[in-house]
Structure formats: C-alpha cells, structure tokens
Design a protein around this ligand. Sequence first.
Ligand SMILES: [Zn+2]
Length: 252
Amino acid sequence: MIYEWIFLILFALSFGSFLNVLIVRVPKGESIVLPNSHCPTCKAKLKAWHNVPLISYMLLKGKCAYCKKKISFVYPVVELLTLFIFIATFIKMGFSENLIENRDAFLLSIIFSLLLTLSVIDLRYKAVPDSISLTTLTLSLFLFNIIDTFSNALLLAGGFTFLRFYVSFFLKKEAMGEGDIIIAGIIGAVLGVKLSMVAIFLSSILALPISLFLRWKRSEYETPYIPFLALALFIVFMFDDEFLYFLRLLHG
Ligand SMILES: [Zn+2]
C-alpha cells in the first residue's frame, strides 16, 4: 500500500497547486492553462521549480525569486490543507487495494478541495465563480448511488431556496447568496438529508461568533458563508457516526 499512499500524496500536492492557479486566475477571468505562472508584482515568468508545491515556498522563503516581494501564505496553506483533506478522506473511507473501489474517496477528496478553493475565493471576493461551484456540484452527483444522491441534492437545494425566501422576507435583506444554494445541493449529495440538516445548523453556529465580532467592530466586511458551510460539511462527514449517534439520543 505504501506506493498507493505516495502516489496519493504527490497527487494531492499537485492538485493543491492547481487549486492555487484557480484561486488566482478564475475570478479575474484568465485562462487556467496558459500562459505560464508569473509573479503578480513584477510579472517575471516563474521557472519550473518555483511551482513545486510547499518546497519552493520554503526555498524561496516566501518571496518572489526576482523582485523579492512577499508571496501570500495562503498558497502553501491551500496546498497543505488539500493534502490534509485527501489523507483524512482516504483514512475515513478506507484505502482499498482494488483501485476502482476508491472512486468515492477520490471524488470526495476532489469535492472537499474544490470547496476549500471556493472558500478562499469567497473570503477574498465575497462572490464565487459559477464555473467552479457547478463543477463541484456535478462531481458530487456521481457519488454513491446516483439516484439517491441526486434526490438528496435536490431536496437540500430546494430547502435552502425556501430558507432564503423566508430570511429575506423577515430580515428585509439578502442574507444568503445564490451561490449558497449550489453549496447546499453539494452538502445534500455528500451527507444525505438528515446529516445535511446537522451540517447547516453547525455552519450557522460556526459563523455566528465571526459575524457578531465583525458587527461589534462595525466592519464593512460582511461574513462570507461558504467557508462555514464547507467546514461544517467536512466536520460532519468526518464524524458522521458520532453525529448520527447524537441524533438517536435526541429522539430517545
Ligand atoms: Zn516578482
């Protein structure tokens, strides 16, 4: 199994580095294939080794090789978190010797990593590109048993749409973005209806202190919601048995 794990780790690191390309280029409408990566400050073209995940950041000490301008710590963090997501998901799902059987673990790792990408973009721009969120939704529909997964995604997207109407009716403002409906569909596909409710409840608990803090600071910056939905989805997925046990206790 050691070779499979090494392959997975290398794949996760390169995928994380691709996600950084998405984070930099997709919101600006730039091509994700061409041209080669360049420094955003001095525009100097990067050499191949400058793109090696994590290691190049450490060797360059977090600075551009040419103009010495600081490179955001977000990029190595995205690579590390992508690695963490892949390893945790494969441990949770079990890494099978029969490679075909790892389909769901692999799809889930990709989906969680794309949600991480969307979270970073949401934190930066307060909006997410439909190209990435729709790709993630489409991938999530191929998880597990496709028919059940599809209906779970529809139920959650529908429920979230109702919730959005209620919230904007009572609070007289658009508290949830349209992008959140797509994320709700993804949560439904991954967790099923029961655990999705738990995840959405958990996301609002996670977001509450941050949004109260920002209100207290009278900050102009509004709390983005997608990072909390994504984090809650990942937590509930990792501890699904514990949450289901807790739900059974509540029902008596
Ligand atoms: Zn530079």
